[in-house]
Design a binder for this molecule. Structure first.
Ligand SMILES: NC(=O)c1ccc[n+]([C@@H]2O[C@H](COP(=O)([O-])OP(=O)(O)OC[C@H]3O[C@@H](n4cnc5c(N)ncnc54)[C@H](OP(=O)(O)O)[C@@H]3O)[C@@H](O)[C@H]2O)c1
Length: 268
C-alpha cells in the first residue's frame, strides 16, 4: 500500500469496518474511494459514495441514500479538510524586514483559498452534521451497541491550538480552532436528543495533505515520539470513542500527536 494514499479518514473507516461496522466513505473523487474500499475492507462493508460536503444538494442526496438503505446511522465522522500550502517554501526562515513579512503573509493563501479553507474545514462540518441529524436520532432508537448513543466525531487539528509563528497557514489554524469549538458546542446543541459530539485533533499523520511537507527530519525533530501517526493510533482512538468504552465521553477533545503540540506555544 502506498503510504501517502492512507489518510486519516481511511484509517478511521478501516478500523471501524474491520471491527464489524458498515461504513460509508464520502469524497469527491469516487476512484480514490473505490481503491480504498477495495484495499482496506475486511467484510465487504466499506462502501464508497461520491459526495461534496460543501454542497447542500449533495449532502441531502447522501442522507437520502443512507436513509433508504438503512434508516439510521450511529456515527458521523466529519473528516474532510483542506490546507493550502504557501506558494514558496520559506515559512521557517526568519524575515529580514516588514516588507518581507508582508510579502510572506500575502503569499500564504489567496483570499479565495482562505475562504475555501473555512468552507470545507468548518462551515461544511456544521451543515453535514445538520443534514444527518434525523438519521443520528434514528440511530438512538434502532440498531447500534447497547448503551452507546449516537455520536458526531469531528477531525480538527492541533494546528487549531498553535500560536507560534511557524504555523504558516493562519487560515488553516483558525478554521481548526473554529471547528474544535463547534465540536464542543454541538455536544450541548444536541444534548436533548442524546447525540454526542467529540473532537479528534491529530498531529502528523501520513496523507495526501501532508505528503509535500513530510520529511524524516520533520518527524525526528518535530515529534517527541519520533514517528508519524499510524492506523493503530487513529483507528484505535476512533474505536474507543465509537465503542461502549467511550460511551460516557461527550463534548471532549482528543489529541493524537506523539507529543508534538507540546513543542509549540499553544492554547492547550
Ligand atoms: N494528516 C495530518 O497530519 C493531519 C493533521 C491534523 C489534522 N488533519 C485533518 O485530518 C482530516 C483528513 O486529512 P488527511 O490528512 O487525511 O488529508 P487527505 O488525505 O487530503 O484527506 C482529506 C479528505 O477530504 C476530502 N475532501 C476535501 N474536500 C472535500 C469536499 N468538498 N467534499 C468531500 N470530501 C472532501 C478529500 O477527498 P476528495 O478530494 O476526493 O473530495 C480527502 O479524502 C482533515 O480534516 C485534516 O485537516 C490531518
Amino acid at each position: 500500500m502506498e503510504i501517502w494514499s492512507i489518510g486519516i479518514g481511511r484509517m478511521i473507516a478501516t478500523a471501524l469496518e474491520n471491527n464489524g461496522a458498515t461504513v460509508y466513505i464520502v469524497g469527491r473523487r469516487l476512484e480514490v474511494l473505490e481503491t480504498a474500499a477495495k484495499e482496506s475492507n475486511k467484510f465487504g462493508k466499506l462502501i464508497p459514495l461520491q459526495g461534496d460536503v460543501t454542497s447542500k444538494d449533495s449532502l441531502l442526496s447522501l442522507v437520502e441514500t443512507l436513509g433508504s438503505r438503512h434508516g439510521y446511522i450511529n456515527l458521523l465522522v466529519n473528516n474532510s479538510g483542506v490546507m493550502f500550502a504557501p506558494q514558496s517554501r520559506h515559512s521557517l526562515e526568519p524575515v529580514k524586514d516588514i516588507k518581507e513579512l508582508q510579502a510572506r503573509l500575502w503569499d500564504y493563501s489567496t483570499p479565495e483559498q482562505f475562504a475555501k479553507t473555512f468552507e470545507v474545514n468548518c462551515t461544511a462540518v456544521y451543515f453535514t452534521t445538520v443534514a444527518f441529524l434525523e438519521l443520528l436520532d434514528a440511530g438512538n432508537h434502532k440498531g447500534g451497541i447497547h448503551g452507546v448513543t449516537s455520536q458526531v466525531i469531528t477531525v480538527s487539528s492541533i494546528a487549531g491550538m498553535r500560536r507560534d509563528s511557524q504555523m504558516f497557514s493562519a487560515a488553516y489554524s483558525m478554521s481548526k480552532a473554529a471547528v474544535t469549538h463547534l465540536g464542543k458546542l454541538l455536544a450541548n446543541i444536541l444534548k436533548d436528543q442524546k447525540i454526542r459530539s467529540n473532537i479528534i485533533a491529530p498531529g502528523l499523520y501520513p496523507s495526501e495533505m501532508t505528503a509535500e511537507m513530510w520529511s524524516e527530519e520533520l518527524v525526528q525533530k518535530g515529534v517527541p515520539l519520533q514517528r508519524g501517526g499510524e492506523i493503530q493510533d487513529m483507528g484505535g482512538l476512533a474505536l474507543f470513542l465509537a465503542s461502549r468504552a467511550g460511551a460516557y465521553v461527550n463534548g471532549t477533545l482528543h489529541i493524537s500527536d506523539g507529543g508534538r503540540l507540546g513543542l509549540f506555544s499553544s492554547t492547550y
